[in-house]
Unconditional design. Sequence first.
Length: 131
Amino acid sequence: MRNPRTTTLLTALLAPLLLAAQEAGLDERIDQAFGRATGWFVDFIFYQFDIAGVPVFWVLFPLILGATFFTIYFRVPGVRLFRVAVNTVRGKYEKVGELPADLNIVEGDQPDTIRVEGSEGEVNHFQALTA
């Protein structure tokens, strides 16, 4: 093996084989231990049965039942409050920049809010929803 390229190529090809033969690391041992301890629970949650030849997880039924219940209980908020959501994103409910005439301002600061001014910046509704 006089050629260094050949040595480098063989090392690059054989190194993964040597590394694969190592013992399981700490993370793999922890994963195996938790897998043995919680395997029965995972099997229970993801148990499937067939409905018209289609495998269905049983856990979907309580989720669908809960979603239906809360949709009816809160009177279909996804449809009923859609306009409120759009107006919130548009900023209709923001009063930023409007200061009352009798506001106490000392050197450009409001003394009542000085304790919260140390926080980093202000975020409007649209920035909070899209960040």
